[in-house]
Write a protein that binds this ligand. Structure first.
Ligand code: ARG
Length: 467
């Protein structure tokens, strides 16, 4: 219900209104409860704007220094949790502007010359997102370094490689860790790519059309570390592509982490028993005393859905929005903040988990010896003795069927039996049937042989150095 405008309504935009805001509407439209986390960036943007106004003679140097000092005081008050937030003042911009005017008087009212909350918020979130992308990129690099150390430590450790979750061929654990490394490498590149497009300045676009004041957009862009001003003022205030790009890159990253998590959950199970996680990264069951559950990777796996959900809400938020700024855009913040917090937490968890992974080499090895994991090696061996691969494939298929009937592994088949399947099989066959023989034989760029894994670790380390 509308109520009469009162003195204490205190709305910065209240001039044209004769009634106060409905209390529900006030709460419903306010964003201060969540956009207060943008305060540093809001103040940085205001400082750049005030410096530009002074440089262009739009405000005086004295006014500039009053405004800058006032803003720095406010920054400190907020940092010290000594600032009174007001829902009536709706958002971060008006809370800070109003505090400034309270603090320095009439001069504070000049700060908003030649700008709008529309270019202000667009600037704030770009600055915030840039900082966060840099933090995310640093944690990705940390996780990658940890993966390289683990891969090096376990470059010789043999595990079964799976396709269709069926034992396929023996691989080295180091090779598997390097696959994770590569996935994160693409994530890192994607975030770097997002950063290029987001690091452009909307400031000076004002509400949508620009401003009648003689502003210098290049100057504020430089002050804020943006690569350039955004060329079109309409586009500058309405574009949220960069948030969607972060959400998309983040969803893919989370998809990768969910895949790591799924493998860790499987590997820590009694059935696989490949790895062990430290107690401090697991939890117990309230009823089953024997349980040690991999809750942290499970939660990371679950949180991938949450980040993907934010991508869907953000892209839906922008769909069909007419130019220019619409209040809908206020809904970009909570998903963005939450997805960034989630990604950082999940990466942090991985930075801790990876160095703590303990390999149960005996179980890994035992599992790799099962499932005829060296059958392809046998086929390749026969091909090297002169048969076409398809024919060799057929022979090995029959040999495997025999081994299944007998309940033995390929390496346990006696030589005279082998020669019944193919006269090309001689007693040097047993070398290729060993796990080490199998992995060492795949010694080419990108292959699973320990020497190749070590080479790829070395290359990866020097690439990380160049970041
Ligand atoms: N709180 C708003 C947001 O987050 C700030 C911009 C408001 N602009 C406006 N014209 N109402 O998008």
């Amino acid at each position: 219900m509308a109520h009469k405008k009162t003195q204490d309504d205190g709305k910065i935009w209240g001039g044209r209104f004769s009634e106060g805001t409905n209390a529900f509407v006030e709460r419903f439209t306010a964003s201060i409860s969540f956009d207060k986390r943008l305060y540093q960036h809001d103040i940085d943007g205001s400082i750049a704007h005030a410096k530009m106004l002074a440089k262009g003679g739009i405000i005086t140097d004295i006014e500039e220094s009053e405004i800058l000092a006032g803003l720095e005081d406010i920054r400190k008050e907020i940092a010290d949790d000594n600032f009174e937030w007001s829902v009536k003042l709706e958002d971060i911009h008006m809370n800070i502007e109003s505090a400034l005017t309270k603090k320095i008087g009439e001069i504070g009212k000049k700060l908003h010359t030649g700008r709008s909350r529309n270019d202000q918020i667009a600037t704030d979130i770009r600055l915030y997102a840039r900082d966060q992308l840099d933090q995310i990129s640093n944690i990705i690099t940390l996780v990658q370094r940890n993966l390289l150390d683990l891969a090096e430590r376990e470059s010789n450790t043999i595990i079964p490689g799976f396709t269709h979750l069926q034992v396929a061929q023996p691989i080295t654990f180091g090779h598997h860790m390097m696959a994770w490394f590569e996935m994160l490498n693409r994530d890192f590149e994607r975030f770097q790519d997002c950063r290029k497009r987001l690091n452009r300045s909307p400031l000076g676009s004002a509400a949508l059309a620009g401003t009648t004041f003689p502003i210098d957009r290049q100057y504020t862009a430089d002050l804020l570390g943006f690569d350039s001003p955004i060329p079109n003022s309409l586009d500058a205030v309405s574009d949220r592509d960069f948030i969607i790009e972060i959400a998309a890159a983040g969803s893919l990253l989370m998809t990768h982490l969910s895949r790591f998590s799924e493998e860790i959950v499987l590997w820590t199970s009694a059935q696989f028993n490949f790895i062990e996680l430290p107690d401090e990264y697991c939890t117990g069951s309230s009823i089953m005393p024997q349980k040690k559950n991999p809750d942290v990777p499970e939660l990371v796996r679950g949180k991938s859905g949450r980040v993907l959900g934010h991508l869907v809400s953000l892209i839906t938020l922008m769909k069909s929005q007419p130019l220019d700024y619409n209040k809908d855009n206020q809904e970009d913040k909570e998903p963005l903040f939450d997805l960034i917090d989630t990604i950082k937490d999940c990466l942090y968890a991985y930075s801790q988990i990876i160095p703590a992974i303990k390999c149960n080499k005996i179980s890994m090895r035992l599992s790799a010896t099962k499932g005829f994991s060296t059958a392809t090696d046998l086929a390749d061996y026969i091909v090297k003795k002169g048969l076409a691969f398809r024919d060799a494939h057929e022979i090995v298929g029959k040999t495997v069927a025999y081994a299944i009937r007998e309940g033995i592994d390929l390496a346990e088949i006696p030589l005279d039996k082998f020669s019944e399947f193919s006269p090309l099989i001689e007693d040097d066959v047993f070398k290729v049937l060993t796990l080490e023989g199998s992995v060492n034989a795949r010694s080419h760029f990108g292959g699973t042989a320990p020497n190749q894994v070590l080479t790829s670790i070395e290359i990866a380390r020097s690439n990380l150095e160049m970041r």
